[in-house]
Design a protein around this ligand. Structure first.
Ligand code: ADP
Length: 580
């Protein structure tokens, strides 16, 4: 008897569901829920359907705060309703949250009896009139540029629990920061103390001011020096420690902090920063170029940006410009410095000065814009920069006659000028196997075929078309100077810990190249952008190479990384404070 009742009940349910799924119906009307796995836990999707339409999609995922995750929650539901299928485009920079929403919406629609393949086949697409879709996003802070400064700011913003979006116009992160080879200057760090290196914030300031021909903004320099040791500790805390300390041009002591294995600091930090962002669930919105700052009532109100498939209006309370310099914009370079027309550049292709142009359009003042740094050791056929650490660890420079012609560790502008005064306007950097063994960065030069190698100095000279006797004499004199710690010829006093006596010997032909644009947008010590009247532009912050004032007329090696880490953090702190 009970069996009969269940049979009848089952039959009734079947009849009911058949009648609910009426002819021509795509769904069983109702509201259905499902969950997907996001960054911060479950993302809950609730889908309401009529017989023929997806009428509403709601997503909740309270833990889904990181950067773009929240934006995916805002935008994807509308896209699903528009397209009438769950399979909409993943939001660039928010793949995990987007995927979670799509998976949950798919499951909910399957519960509603939908055939997803049928929905996909009937996907409603926006009219193909060639125009890109216009999207509006909302967040608290927009960080423009994912180089060192932008990524440092993003990590800070995330740590403070702020909602933000980070845009990068290139298909990859890193910018010019990836080109930083040496390390980061910092004074009174725990690493210096552990290694018995005497240094002080005041010495760091005076070296930077002297190196910058006192054109630097002293307040910005003081801020950088005072916050440098704390920044090194912050880097430790995110797994990006820089314990190897050596000497870099223009410093009075060993101050440049590098990765333990001596590898180039830029790639190291970019890798560590991106790993950290991934771990935190922050995705960078790649291929998305900020084009304009939005101002409302004299305050920043967001940015406009162009993506591959859509144009964005991103409403935000604060914007941090971390767009880098303009060293790859040769027209802009020639505009400010006609004498540099035709010089090779070491810069990443994204360094086109966009931030400077955008900031100027909202009234920002520029400082030291004509101050463009040449790096003295750039291999000219590849534009590859030979890190200053090679000289810092003991290499010398010789001209085509096989003679030294300068103290190799003078400031970059002085060494560059000395090279340009040589016949052919180039030089060779000479080092030995001992130096190679202790500096990982060199492997890249060898691998890229930039080095000429020989078992003896004479053979090296022959390969370089230098008279062997002269090069041998030069090396003898130099090794003598190292032994006596007295460089009578050029007064070099640093980078003299190692002689050059371990074969094989190496040479790389180098000349100056455009390296760093030291001028840029004017900021104060809180990384607030200053306008041409000397007032703060409310809501606009800037950090890194896009700004001017920190380096003055000449940037010391190791100060770019200090600048981006320290002011990237400050810009984030100030923007966070401003949004409160
Ligand atoms: P910094 O050393 O100051 O951090 P980087 O050159 O390392 O400067 O990084 C700047 C980043 O900003 C680069 O990755 C560059 O491609 C990016 N960028 C430049 N202009 C724009 C823009 N208009 N929109 C988005 N990203 C930009």
């Amino acid at each position: 008897m009970s069996k009969l009742i269940s049979l009848v009940l089952a039959l009734m349910m079947l009849l009911f569901s058949v009648s609910a799924f009426a002819e021509g119906a795509v769904f069983t009307p109702g509201t259905y829920e499902a969950e997907g796995k996001g960054f911060g836990g479950a993302v809950k999707v609730s889908v309401t359907v009529s017989e023929t339409e997806i009428t509403d999609v709601t997503v909740t995922g309270d833990a889904e705060t990181p950067a773009l995750g929240g934006v995916a929650i805002q935008t994807l539901p509308g896209e699903i309703v528009k397209a009438q299928t769950p399979n909409v485009d993943i939001l660039s920079g928010a793949t995990v949250t987007s995927t979670a929403i799509i998976a949950a919406a798919t499951e909910a629609l399957e519960k509603a009896g939908a055939d997803i393949a049928y929905l996909d086949a009937n996907k409603r697409v926006a009219a193909e009139d060639g125009a890109k879709e216009e999207k509006t996003l909302e967040t608290e802070i927009v960080i423009v540029g994912a180089g060192g400064a932008g990524m440092a700011a993003a990590i800070m913003a995330h740590q403070a629990g702020k909602q933000f979006i980070i845009l990068e116009k290139m298909p990859y992160v890193g910018g010019n920061t990836t080109k930083a080879t040496g390390g980061m200057n910092a004074a009174e760090t725990h690493y210096q103390k552990e290694q018995n290196i005497q240094d002080s914030v005041e010495l760091f300031i005076s070296d930077t001011m002297t190196g910058g021909h006192n054109l630097n903004d002293p307040e910005l320099v003081r801020t950088m020096a005072e916050q440098s040791a704390g920044a090194i500790e912050w880097l430790d805390s995110i797994g990006a420690d820089l314990p190897k300390i050596s000497f870099s041009g223009g410093a009075s002591t060993n101050r440049i902090h590098a990765p333990a294995d001596g590898s180039a600091v830029g790639n190291y930090l970019v890798d560590k920063f991106s790993e950290k962002l991934t771990e935190l669930g922050v995705e960078v919105m790649l291929n998305t170029k900020a084009t304009e700052l939005i101002m409302e009532d004299g305050k920043i109100a967001g940015v406009k940006a162009e993506g591959k498939d859509a144009n964005y209006t991103i409403k935000a309370k604060a914007v941090i410009l971390a767009t880098g310099g303009f060293g790859a914009n040769l027209d802009m370079i020639a505009g400010f410095r006609p004498d540099l027309q035709g010089t090779v550049t070491t810069n990443a292709p994204g360094a086109t000065g966009d931030g400077i142009v955008m900031a100027q359009a909202v009234g920002a003042a520029l400082v030291d814009i004509e101050q463009i740094q040449l790096h003295p050791t750039v291999e000219q056929t590849t534009s590859m920069l030979i890190t200053e650490s090679v000289r810092g660890d003991g290499a010398i420079l010789v001209n085509q006659s096989g003679h030294r012609f300068t103290n190799e560790l003078l400031t970059r502008d002085a060494v560059s000028a000395a090279e340009l005064a040589q016949e052919g306007q180039y030089a060779y950097i000479i080092f030995d196997q001992h130096l190679r063994d202790n500096l990982k960065a060199i492997e890249k030069y060898v691998k890229n075929g930039l080095t000429v190698q020989a078992d003896t100095i004479e053979e090296l000279a022959r390969k370089l078309d230098i008279y062997p006797y002269f090069l041998a004499m030069t090396l003898n004199d130099w090794n003598e100077a190292v032994a006596t710690q007295n460089d009578a010829a050029f007064g070099r006093t640093t980078g003299m810990d190692n002689n050059l006596t371990t074969p094989p010997y190496y040479a790389i032909q180098i000349a100056p190249g455009i390296h760093h644009t030291m001028g840029g947008v004017k900021i104060n010590t809180s990384a607030q952008v200053i306008n041409t009247n000397g007032d703060v532009i409310p809501g606009l912050f800037a950090a890194g190479e896009v700004t001017g004032g920190v380096h003055g007329g000449n940037r010391l090696g190791g100060n770019a990384v200090a600048d981006i880490v320290i002011f990237g953090r400050i810009a984030a702190e100030s923007a966070i404070e401003y949004c409160k």
